[in-house]
Design a protein around this ligand. Structure first.
Ligand code: 6PG
Length: 243
């Protein structure tokens, strides 16, 4: 993964969240000024939720902001594990974003129909130079096994290059997921990676340190855009100790 990348280490998760929300707003306003819209794929999991909650309070041009998801669990939209539900509760229910601007991965009984429907949603996005959908921003969390979205180690989805979204069975979770694939991640103008907590320290030390063995899915990112890492000290401490 050799791209334009930078990382910032913040004292704690609260500082990380504040900085990430501020940057999200900058990128949104920059995109709206340049292209009259901001298309962002949101991360699931726990780390980004307070970022979404902070965005509730900001004066953003929600008419020109379009929300998508980087991945989704194979559960109904009102299920506690749904990434859509998490974002709806943390942000969507609190801001005047038009319903037409919210593009969830609409989970249906047949997962391949879910994939096809979302593929058609992504067809409406601007194309990057490689012909894949181009997001202005994709937010990502990183698992303690180095997974991003639902691209887990040893997954069949890691080698998919001909389509922007796939279904994938995640052995370790014994569950199905729908996930963006590397071609779309690598086409985004910006990637924002949010990593908090002690459990992520070993992965961060390797990914941002001198590890040459690219064992983690996050290390297979090769974006044409810019990667910005937002870390707290707990996640970065092994990196700092080794540098
Ligand atoms: C998901 C996310 C997943 C997440 C990482 C980190 O659906 O859970 O897409 O990739 O970002 O597992 O999750 P935390 O932020 O909760 O550590």
């Amino acid at each position: 993964m050799k791209s334009q990348q930078s990382y910032q280490v913040f004292l704690d998760r609260e500082q990380l969240v504040r900085a990430a929300a501020q940057r999200w707003m900058e990128l949104a306003n920059e995109s709206i000024r340049a292209r009259n819209s901001f298309h962002v794929a949101l991360a699931g999991g726990a780390t980004p939720k307070p970022v979404y909650e902070r965005l509730q309070r900001e004066n953003l041009d929600w008419d020109r902001i379009h929300l998508y998801w980087g991945d989704e669990r194979d559960v109904p939209a009102d299920h506690p594990d749904s990434n859509y539900r998490m974002v709806r509760e943390a942000l969507i229910d609190h801001v005047p974003i038009p319903e037409a601007n919210v593009h969830p991965i609409h989970v249906l009984p047949d997962i391949e129909t879910t994939v096809e429907e979302y593929r058609q949603v992504l067809d409406n996005l601007h194309r990057g130079t490689n012909g894949h959908p181009c997001f202005d921003l994709i937010m990502l969390g990183v698992g303690d096994d180095g997974h991003i979205v639902s691209l887990f180690p040893e997954s069949s989805a890691l080698t998919v290059t001909n389509t922007p979204v796939v279904s994938v069975y995640v052995e370790k979770l014994n569950s199905w997921r729908v996930t963006l694939t590397y071609p779309v991640l690598n086409t985004a103008r910006y990637l924002m990676l949010l990593v908090s907590g002690e459990a992520k320290a070993p992965v961060i030390a390797r990914v941002l340190g001198s590890d040459t063995e690219r064992r983690y899915p996050v290390q297979k990112l090769a974006p044409s855009g810019r990667i910005e890492w937002y870390l707290d000290e707990a996640a970065a401490h092994e990196l700092q100790e080794s540098s």
